[in-house]
Design a protein around this ligand. Structure first.
Ligand code: B1M
Length: 211
């Protein structure tokens, strides 16, 4: 049996206590926090997504699974950090307008912070105007956008356009990500970087601010 199956099953059963206990047990057995996150919790959320699609699971249950995942991530957080070498750079991050998914964005935010960058997390449902305002007021050098819906991906392009109109496009690097986002899409909309997961997003952000 897959070592992580009990965590996946407990998440699908919406049994928070069991998920927490299994995550702690795995850590005590020297399983890495990264593997628990990717092969246990994220894999479990993928099944949640499939069930949601087939209408075997409904929004309140999906929210509950997301909340349980959040609680488990809190335990893993201190162990997920990359090295904390300080890299000078301010980052503005958020989920684009119309999109309320924030679990992945929160992970990206956390990993970038632990890579030594200053992160201003605007939250979810962020309009192009709000992104631009925040970049201006924080004097940020990196803009990170997350989208989980194919219908909200175009907001990434709209935001890059707003950044161009504000005259700041040349001074700000843009990174995009989220399950439906691809490297090709990132290129098409004129983003500077795409990252498939939180770890590579942190690496890419750090590389962007290093001279
Ligand atoms: Co939603 N939802 N959802 N949902 N949901 C998906 C995304 C979906 C794929 C499920 C499905 O049908 N299979 C589907 C989208 C289909 C599509 O457009 N292609 C979907 C849908 C349709 C919807 C609604 C429209 C459902 C409805 O109302 N009928 C609705 C939309 C609401 C809205 O946003 N306006 C909706 C609502 C919700 C909930 C609110 C119930 C809840 C969100 C709770 C929350 O986030 N606080 C929810 C959830 C939980 C999911 C699934 C099950 C899980 C998402 C998740 O958190 N994954 C999801 C199915 C799935 O993805 N398997 C689904 C775990 C997370 C760690 O992964 O976010 O991909 P992810 O982040 C990864 C990478 O993508 C990357 O790093 C992260 C970790 O390494 N990454 C970046 C993310 N952002 C990045 C940015 C970067 C770089 C990397 O650089 C800046």
């Amino acid at each position: 049996m897959n070592t992580f199956q009990p965590i996946i099953d407990a998440l699908l059963d919406l049994d928070k206590q069991r998920v927490i206990t299994l995550v702690r047990d795995a850590l005590n057995n020297q399983v890495s926090a990264k593997d628990i996150l990717n092969q246990g919790l994220i894999a479990g959320m993928d099944v949640v997504g499939e069930r949601m699609e087939k209408e075997d699971m409904f929004i309140p249950e999906v929210l509950q699974a997301a909340q349980i995942m959040g609680a488990a991530v809190e335990i893993l957080k201190p162990l997920l950090g990359e090295d904390s070498a300080s890299a000078n750079g301010r980052v503005v991050i958020g989920t684009v307008k119309g999109d309320l998914h924030d679990i992945g964005k929160n992970l990206v935010s956390m990993m970038i912070k632990s890579a030594g960058l200053e992160v201003h997390d605007l939250g979810v449902d962020i309009s192009p105007e709000r992104f631009v305002e925040a970049i201006k007021s924080k004097d940020a050098k990196i803009l990170c956008m997350s989208a989980l819906l194919t219908t909200t991906m175009p907001m990434m392009k709209r935001t890059i356009d707003a950044l161009t109109e504000s005259g700041m496009r040349n001074t700000v690097k843009v990174m995009v990500g989220g399950a439906p986002v691809t490297q090709n899409f990132a290129r098409e909309i004129g983003a500077d970087a795409y990252a498939p997961d939180a770890g590579s997003a942190a690496k890419a952000a750090k590389a962007m601010v290093q001279p």
